[in-house]
Design a binder for this molecule. Structure first.
Ligand SMILES: Nc1ncnc2c1ncn2[C@@H]1O[C@H](COP(=O)(O)OP(=O)(O)OP(=O)(O)O)[C@@H](O)[C@H]1O
Ligand SMILES: [Mg+2]
Length: 274
């Protein structure tokens, strides 16, 4: 599925003294099968932007297209099943008496049969490493557990596009790594992922393309290496290190992920010592 935003503006509390123009003419496309990262400062419009992808928020002006069709003509329930959005604060999504029921809600609402629902719930809880929490109240969990249950609830709908709003904020490194593995797993299975993150090292690990937002406008958009090397302010430690070393050793090239950077540095060191 391809999602396009065409000159999308979003104004909160329009016409009041609290009016905020959160998106000021954003145009971009989310391509099928990619991991697109949305980065930018606090208040730059990231959450507002991703909430437009399944029309949880509607543009004040401009359009959202799904496979070329105006998203407004599609049924909202179908749209939200195909484009699954995990909120920035998991509390917003949890509501059922226990974790199993919470995760089962989405697929049931889509009309999935009960046997298949049970299978999906068990599979997704397993995948997120929270199968042991199935009978617990979703409100009596730790922050990281709630986050994983909220993601399971969306994944159980088998969305074509998974949208994650700061899914790893405040998680320990091991849990963060597991979640990033889930993101890569979704992509490897042919799904599309849009991930909002403040952690540029994490973005460097998973993103094919990067969108940088500033004050509700797209500051940069493109392949991760192109954006990072053009916008040092938004570059992860790997890129800043490689860019510094490349002044003396141009052979370093433009690595992005930790593994690529390590290989590039080893490459130039190896040549130097021979
Ligand atoms: N419900 C709302 N009503 C009014 N203004 C809002 C509302 N939600 C967000 N805003 C404003 O819109 C702008 C963009 O907010 P948004 O939540 O999209 O930012 P963000 O990039 O996700 O920030 P963060 O990194 O803190 O999550 C901010 O100026 C914010 O104050
Ligand atoms: Mg946000």
């Amino acid at each position: 599925m391809k999602i396009e935003l065409e000159d999308v503006r979003h104004v909160y509390a329009a016409g009041t003294t609290f009016e905020v123009a959160a998106l000021r003419g954003v145009s971009l496309a989310v391509e099928p099968g990619e991991v697109l990262a949305v980065v930018g400062g606090t208040g730059s419009g990231k959450t507002t932007l991703v909430r437009h992808l399944n029309l949880l928020l509607e543009p004040t002006s401009g359009r959202v297209l799904v496979d070329g069709e105006d998203a407004r003509v599609l049924r909202r329930s179908e749209l939200r099943g195909r484009i699954g959005l995990v909120f920035q604060s998991p509390e917003e999504a949890l509501f059922a008496p226990n974790v199993f029921e919470d995760v089962a809600f989405g697929p049931r609402r889509m009309g999935v049969g009960e046997e298949e629902v049970e299978k999906r719930v068990q599979d997704t809880l397993q995948r997120l490493g929270v199968a042991h929490l199935a009978d617990r109240s979703p409100f009596a969990l730790s922050g990281g557990e709630k986050r994983r249950v909220a993601i399971a609830g969306v994944l159980a709908m088998h969305p074509e596009v998974l949208v994650l709003d700061e899914p790893t904020a405040g998680l320990d490194p091991a849990t963060r790594g597991e979640l990033l593995d889930v993101v890569c797993g979704v992509r490897d299975e042919g799904g599309t992922v849009v991930i909002v993150s403040h952690d540029l090292d994490e973005v460097a690990e998973v993103a094919d393309r990067v969108c940088v937002l500033e004050c509700g406008e797209v500051r940069a958009f493109g392949r991760a290496a192109d954006v990072f090397y053009a916008e040092p302010r938004y570059a992860p430690a790997t890129v800043r290190t490689a860019a510094l070393v490349a002044r003396d050793y141009p052979g370093v090239g433009r690595p992005v992920s930790f593994r690529e950077t390590l290989a590039a540095l080893r490459g130039v060191l190896g040549r130097e010592t021979t």
